[in-house]
Design a protein around this ligand. Structure first.
Ligand SMILES: [Zn+2]
Ligand SMILES: [Zn+2]
Length: 386
């Protein structure tokens, strides 16, 4: 258990989502253990001891965006409602506690909120996220809250601008220091993948690590596949993209068998994309600026559709990449992405993420995802200035 805790503290540091020295994880072993920064470890332990869950992460995010969202929220509001897919699918909404709600011991109130939600934001403290049966789940939920609050705050800035003292300065420092130039430089890819199983598995594992390391997805989300003859090799649902060894399933291209139930929930989309485009590989991630920009629609006022993320029938455009709506699963993005992705080799799904193709190998798919995200990043800052 202590190894698990160390591993996920390491991941929070590696993905730069939490401040070094302000991270703690508590877990139920034979006894309750809590490691990390002492104050947060105490809070984590006190809260977890009141829950029927295995683990809890309490950490101060490396960016003040969740904090700003609370300060910008209206007086009676008690939760944040981001519009991205990770919130929609996993978090539902993100409750928060303000400083003034924290008189005395916050653990009982936190435990109450975490009884029905996966993550909570506490003003002046950070993000508290719970894992029902593994430490990994607590890490994943922390990552999702970090991702969703990032996306929501940057969206809100476009509509409402800066409101609080220090906000603009904090944002500038995020832009200059936290945000790193994004490129595929220094990465190696197999030019044209063969039909060899071992080669394909190793290449998918490697590309999974690259995708996480370059910040194109939080480790748990996204998926990767390669088509080889009558087989598709695809990462399993809920597999961490940076740890895909043993988590890649071969499934038949023609849907003839029921194996692959552990295969990604996006298998159907991948299968149809291969069918319609003849590509060899598909990469799917949740790069943040593409997610933000995909939800920006200048027709929102006049459009009758309210559930844009699943109902919008329009194909919009971001720098030559088509943007479509669509839920995870058969009727949604599996229907809307395959017809549009072939022309540019890329497609963005509303509030969700990016799919890219490689005709021969992952180099093309990876570089295309980098280009899409860089375009969206530049476009975002252009709009924010305007
Ligand atoms: Zn996704
Ligand atoms: Zn619309």
């Amino acid at each position: 258990m202590r190894d698990q805790i160390d591993k996920y503290i390491g991941k929070l540091l590696a993905d730069r989502s939490a401040i070094p020295g302000a991270i703690a994880i508590a877990a139920q072993d034979d006894v309750l253990i809590a490691q990390g920064s002492p104050e947060l470890a105490k809070l984590a332990g006190d809260t977890l001891s009141r829950l029927n869950s295995l683990a809890l992460v309490a950490a101060r995010p490396s960016l003040p965006f969740a904090e700003f969202l609370i300060a910008r929220a209206g007086k009676g509001e008690t939760f944040i409602l981001p519009q991205d897919t990770e919130t929609r699918t996993f978090l539902h909404d993100i409750p928060f506690l303000r400083r003034e709600d924290l008189a005395g011991d916050p653990a009982p109130e936190l435990a109450r909120l975490l009884g029905s939600r996966k993550g909570v934001i506490v003003e002046g403290v950070g993000i508290i996220a719970v894992g029902a049966i593994t430490v990994e789940q607590a890490f994943i939920n922390y990552s999702s809250v970090f991702h969703s609050t990032f996306v929501k705050y940057l969206q809100d800035l476009l509509t409402d601008g800066f409101k609080l003292p220090g906000e603009r300065e904090a944002f500038e420092s995020f832009r200059k220091q936290w945000l790193k130039p994004l490129s595929a430089e220094g990465l190696e890819f197999v030019d044209a993948i063969s039909l060899d199983k071992e080669e394909i598995l190793l290449e998918i594992e490697r590309v999974g690590r690259y995708t996480v390391e370059r910040g194109l997805v939080d480790s748990f989300f996204g998926n990767i596949s390669a088509c080889a003859g009558d087989l598709i090799y695809i990462s399993q649902t809920a597999a961490s993209l940076d740890e895909l060894k043993g988590c890649i399933d071969p499934v038949p291209t023609d849907n003839s068998s029921t194996t692959g139930i552990t295969a990604s929930s996006e298998l159907l989309a991948h299968r149809k994309i291969f069918e319609e485009t003849g590509a060899r590989v598909i990469l799917h991630g949740h790069p943040k600026f593409a997610v933000i920009m995909s939800m920006l629609c200048d027709k929102k006022k006049e459009c009758a559709i309210k559930d844009c993320w699943k109902e919008c029938p329009h194909v919009r455009d971001l720098g030559g990449t088509p943007v479509v709506a669509g839920e995870i699963g058969a009727g949604g993005l599996a229907k809307r992405v395959p017809p549009v992705i072939g022309a540019s080799g890329s497609a963005i799904v509303y509030g969700h993420g990016v799919f890219t193709l490689g005709r021969d190998g992952f180099g093309e798919a990876f570089r295309t995802m980098v280009e899409v995200e860089n375009f969206c990043r530049e476009e975002y800052f252009r709009l924010l200035k305007a």
